[in-house]
Design a binder for this molecule. Structure first.
Ligand SMILES: Nc1ncnc2c1ncn2[C@@H]1O[C@H](COP(=O)(O)OP(=O)(O)OP(=O)(O)O)[C@@H](O)[C@H]1O
Ligand SMILES: [Mg+2]
Length: 404
């Protein structure tokens, strides 16, 4: 029987951990296992308590293993947080061989030169993504291999992260006996799940408004152009409601999810949302929605401030695609269109078959996107293990798996 090709992704979010196992042996990936657990030990996308985070991850992984009957041995893992930074770079090399044909090796060389500024010791290079190439000045080439020329240029998007923040996340996952296939910046993963090829080509902003962070990715001419992580999202919405209405945080969260909306409340609609707590907290529906709306407006304005100029309608004609758990709030797309004056829609992850129905919620854009990213980049990654240290690491990893 043909050996199945199983991929796993672990989305370590501020509010939930989601592990997905998918069979990618055939053209269409099929989800075979899902494990969702509440997240502990995280703040604004970062691990702040290793033991708590590890237990939440373990729980989510176990659930995914139980539903699928497969073991998670390695996984694609999402990275987010304010420590991530990105910039666009340029690289150039000469094609010196006699036949002047661009080979795959030249692509590697030119990407290395694009990373001209050496990554400092406290930063880890996460991605160096070629946006487009130019051969002898002819720009906009996606794949120059096989073309003739003297000079090869590349435009890249380079993403780095703080080593210490990454180490904490990596430590939690490796201590469970799971190897990391690749660390993927979360907005890149979410984009895989919710954007169409057309939108990327025309120009689009994707914003994953989660629990602890709003992850932004901007695409132009089919390539990533800007990424950034804003430290404000659903958690702040709940905190505003809790403080504004004098409610305990858990009740404010429940109120927000059950009755929250960003649409204006008109006269005559100002009834009070029924009490939903045991202690009978009742609040004005209008107050609840106004508090939420004010913060959502601020988040939306922060998202478009990521654009280099106010002419964002020209730079991203496809507008804004919102995703992440907080985009479940009623009226998000309408409010976005109203205040930003551009097309706005809410993106729900698709492109997955199997038991993935429960994942058709914007909260799972990163989780599903990590798998789609993994499937797309599988094999492209250069495995870095090797030598004595690599062997020792593999042995240690096998032992950890045995004792998990
Ligand atoms: N129906 C809803 N209405 C309003 N908010 C909602 C709704 N459903 C979920 N949320 C909010 O979405 C947030 C969680 O979103 P998500 O699952 O995308 O975050 P996360 O991945 O855990 O965190 P992050 O990516 O920021 O680290 C929570 O703040 C939650 O209150
Ligand atoms: Mg998330």
């Amino acid at each position: 029987m043909k050996k199945r090709n199983i991929l796993a992704s672990i989305d370590v979010g501020t509010t939930k951990i989601c592990t997905i196992l998918a069979d990618v042996s055939d053209a269409a990936p099929r989800i075979v296992g899902v494990g969702i657990s509440p997240s502990k030990g995280l703040h604004k996308g970062l691990v702040v308590n290793i033991n708590e985070a590890k237990e939440s991850i373990r729980d989510s992984v176990r659930k995914a293993e139980q539903t699928s009957n497969y073991r998670v041995e390695s996984a694609y893992v999402g990275v987010t947080g304010r420590h991530v930074s990105s910039n666009n770079n340029h690289g150039v090399v000469a094609i010196t061989r006699n036949d002047r044909v661009v080979r795959p090796d030249d692509l590697k060389r030119v990407l290395t030169t694009a990373q001209s500024i050496k990554t400092p010791a406290d930063r880890k290079l996460l991605h160096i993504i070629p946006r487009h190439y130019a051969v002898d000045g002819q720009a906009g080439i996606k794949n120059p291999v096989g073309m003739h020329g003297f000079r090869l240029d590349v435009e890249t998007h380079v993403i780095t992260a703080a080593v210490t923040s990454i180490q904490n996340l990596v430590k939690c996952i490796r201590s469970l006996g799971i190897d990391i296939e690749d660390l993927v910046l979360e907005p890149l993963a979410s984009s895989e799940a919710v954007l169409s090829e057309d939108e990327r080509q025309v120009g689009v902003i994707m914003a994953d408004v989660g629990g602890g962070t709003t992850d932004v990715a901007i695409f132009r001419e089919g390539s990533i152009w800007h990424t950034s992580i804003l430290p404000v999202a659903g958690y702040q919405l709940t905190r505003d409601v809790a403080i504004g209405l004098g409610l305990p945080f858990e009740i404010a969260e429940e109120m927000k999810k059950k009755y929250g909306s960003v649409m204006p409340v008109y006269d005559g609609q100002e009834d009070t949302a029924p009490a939903i707590s045991k202690d009978g907290h009742g609040v004005s529906y209008q107050d609840l929605c106004e508090i939420i709306r004010a913060r959502v407006e601020e988040i939306m304005k922060l998202i478009v401030l990521e654009m280099p100029s106010s002419s964002y309608e020209e730079l991203t004609p496809s507008g804004l695609v919102l995703t992440g758990g907080s985009s479940n709030l009623a009226g998000m797309a309408t409010l976005g269109r109203e205040i930003l004056d551009m097309p706005v829609r809410v993106g729900i992850p698709g492109n997955m078959y199997g038991i993935g129905d429960m994942l058709q919620d914007p909260a799972y854009a990163t989780s599903v996107g990590l798998l789609l990213w993994g499937n797309k980049h599988q094999g492209k990654k250069q495995r870095k293990s090797g030598g004595f240290a690599g062997t020792i690491f593999k042995l240690a990893s096998q032992f950890r798996k045995l004792f998990r």
